[in-house]
Design a protein around this ligand. Sequence first.
Ligand SMILES: Nc1ncnc2c1ncn2[C@@H]1O[C@H](COP(=O)(O)OP(=O)(O)OP(=O)(O)O)[C@@H](O)[C@H]1O
Length: 603
Amino acid sequence: MGSLVPLGGDLPDEGRALAEALRGLFGGLGLSVRRYATRRHRDAGSVSRFLNGSRVPPWEFVNDLISDVTEQQGQPPTPEAMELLRRLHREALAESGSAYGRVQLLEDQLADADRRSMESTNLVRALERALANAQHRAADLELQLRQLHGRQDDRLAEKDKSLQLYEDQVTALLRERQNLLREVEALGEQLQDAHARRAQAERRCEELERQLVVAEELWEEESGEADDGSPAPGSGTPAQDDGPATGNGLDPRYRLDAFVAGEANRFAHSAATAVAEAPAKLYNPLFVYGTSAIGKTHLLHAIGQRTRRLHPDKRVCYVTAEEFGVEFARAGHNLGLDRFRRRYRGVDVLLLDDIQFLADQQPLREEFLHTFDALHAANKQIVLSSDRPPKQLTELGDRLRNRLESGLITHVRPPDQEARIALLRHKAQRDGLVAAPEVLEYIASQIQRNVRELEGALIRVSAFASLNRQPMDVPLAEKVLKDLVPDRVPTREEDVVHLIIDETAHYFGVTSDDLRGRSRGRAIVTARQIAMYLCRELTDVSTPRIATVFGGRDPVTVEHADRKIRNLMAQRRSVYNQMTELTARIKDAGGLSVDRPALPAPM
Ligand SMILES: Nc1ncnc2c1ncn2[C@@H]1O[C@H](COP(=O)(O)OP(=O)(O)OP(=O)(O)O)[C@@H](O)[C@H]1O
């Protein structure tokens, strides 16, 4: 029973094929039949019969044999080999026709069917799981899809909404633009209207400004003392129908008894007095000359006032050469030359200030020459002033110069120290200022050539003292005049006027053109008046010339500004301070001129 016996020759083919296949497997184990039977707890005879083909083994034996061979060789049979064994086993069983074979076959088929059933069951389960998963996933996707649809709908709705909003905004802006265009058009028309109204108002302002200057002048005249008790102009003297457009133009403050005479001007003062008492009797023409601000204008006004008091029937006319020129030009434009000539050739006393300004135009010089001749021939008094003697007025032409030289020529010199002190004393008394003699002496020693500046210095010193409630003593005067007395190189006078305008404009934050222009804004008017005052105080440029530089104004305006700022300086600290600062700036800019003495060393 140890080894296999050869197969019988009578074995059916199916039994033989199976036996050969089993023997092939069994051979791979290298065991004896008995040993193998022991290992598998089988009967060795049965194992021998299974391998000899005399009996068909149960599939379980075949299966065990396959497992053992696999274990032994480390390699399982291929699926095809398994299938072959199964088929051989089934055919052998079928061929045996035994009940056992039949049972085996059926069991085998049952196992096979069961296996298939289990496989199908597993497949069903796997498919059910896969289906469930797919369904679940489909439901998920459905949900996501719905959500996406929802979001897309929302976005579309939002888009629609913002599109609508955008269209609404565009429509609103278009509407607004249209309205604005209409508004711009309307505003343009209103602006034109406003321009027209402004031009009209501007003209009205100019007119009122002129009236105001005149009214203030009259008011001051009425409240001032009259010359030697004579009536103030306009208070009792009937207006002369054919008189000059500027009236007699006399300043009531400039009287002969208010003129301080000294060595430098005594002769001029006497001549003026004589002419006023007996017009056209002694000196005709009377020609007064001298540098600026030493009393020429004062004398002419004083002659006029004294004449009017002594000879109320006489027609007196004071006019500056510049005013004469302006009126002549106007008369020429308006074809009113006859009237102009009647005015000036019909007066009894003609007082013409600053004749050097006639030099500008030939027709004007010619006109004045004829006026002169007409008056002289009619034995009317002519009084003239200039900054130079007739000999030096070459630009006036020989004929006129000869006539100017034909009368009395008086030179008014800058007052000496004594006269300056007298002048200061006089001004202090007139204005009710209490000033110690040494203060007046000090001021007089500092300001030597220009009486207007001398007055200005006194005004500043007294204003400073009164604003600070300090006594008016020499240290105080020194302090105040420190900024006023220049120590710079000489500069051309008219340049200084422009410099003053520029510095003042800069100081007040306006433009120089504003100051020269016509604007009547409060700030500009004050700045302009201050600039005018400073021009009068700090330069020797004549008043008409200053008025011309300030946009061709009436000299009366400059004089008005001068008085106004003087008063304000004493009343308002702010104005005083502004004046002091401004003067210092002008001085720093090198703007103060002439040969004034340098400051004494501080004590
Ligand atoms: N001798 C004087 N007595 C009193 N006041 C005087 C005397 N000289 C000048 N003044 C005063 O000085 C100021 C300037 O004088 P005024 O205007 O007559 O000078 P001016 O020589 O005519 O100068 P301009 O040529 O610049 O017009 C005036 O206020 C004037 O009253």
